[in-house]
Design a protein around this ligand. Structure first.
Ligand SMILES: C[S@@+](CC[C@H](N)C(=O)[O-])C[C@H]1O[C@@H](n2cnc3c(N)ncnc32)[C@H](O)[C@@H]1O
Length: 245
């Protein structure tokens, strides 16, 4: 393994703002780590964590927790936070679909999902981070009414999310089809860019954003959506249609 990666792994394990599958902190992030009672904001799949750091600098009255499976990437954001003495930022290595084993019930106030893999094949839809399978997890770990933000370059993931919310009867809080092309889009969405956001913008992609909450989301709705989705997927496969779901 490359020397630099090994060094980063070692530092990530030793720094006090970095955590490796910290099951023991579940429900105690504010008490044990941030030492205050501020709202907690998660960034799922934070990569290098520069978005988490940039948001944290703008909002010192919130606590920020970047989550990713790759500690050598999060090392970048953790180092920035250390150098700038930002004690309201932490990074944790964890697997997203088990996030409720590390974040307690109602412990988070907001979730950012930034440029996740869109899992284009409809057969893999359950891996999309806005799929109902994940919304169930988010509902557990979010405070009632807590906001979920999605930023993506993917038209397919964005359309899937918009359609799914419509099916679930969830009204988006905000929706932007071209964040950087709209002079009226909120500054915070335009000013702060993730690593992948910059890569996709350089390739000419438009960046899309949607936010919503789960106050009306129920298990029955999730099951009804999943059954509809599977029926529709199979119908399209039987007709030889490229599914576009
Ligand atoms: C396309 S990158 C986006 C990174 C960052 N949000 C950005 O916009 O620059 C997706 C990130 O999600 C992480 N990831 C993918 N699947 C994951 C999982 N199951 N659990 C935790 N992290 C995961 C990857 O390691 C990667 O850093």
């Amino acid at each position: 393994m490359a020397k630099q990666k090994l060094k980063r792994f070692a530092e990530f394990s030793s720094w006090d703002n970095c955590f490796d599958f910290p099951y023991e902190i579940k429900g105690k992030w504010n008490k044990d780590v941030f030492k205050n009672s501020h709202p907690i904001v998660l960034e799922l799949g934070c990569g290098k964590g520069e978005y988490t750091v940039a948001l944290a600098k703008r909002y010192p009255d919130k606590n920020y927790l970047g989550v990713d499976i790759k500690s050598n990437r999060m090392w970048v954001g953790a180092k920035m936070a250390k150098e700038e003495n930002l004690t309201h930022i932490a990074f944790m290595r964890a697997i997203m679909h088990k996030i409720d084993t590390i974040i307690g019930e109602g412990e988070a106030d907001e979730i950012w999902i930034t440029f996740p893999d869109p899992f284009l094949r409809s057969k893999s839809a359950k891996h999309r981070l806005t799929h109902t399978r994940f919304l169930r997890l988010y509902k557990k770990i979010l405070k009632p009414g807590g906001t979920i933000h999605l930023k993506t370059d993917s038209d397919d993931l964005f359309t899937f999310t918009v359609n799914m919310l419509q099916h679930l009867g969830i009204q988006p809080i905000a929706l932007e089809e071209d964040v950087h092309g709209n002079p009226d889009a909120p500054e915070i969405l335009k000013e702060v860019k993730t690593y992948y956001e910059r890569l996709f913008m350089n390739k000419g992609s438009t960046i899309k954003y949607i936010s919503f909450n789960l106050s009306t989301f129920s298990e029955e709705q999730a099951i009804a959506f999943e059954e509809w989705f599977e029926r529709e997927r199979l119908r399209r496969v039987a007709l030889g249609l490229s599914t576009g779901l």
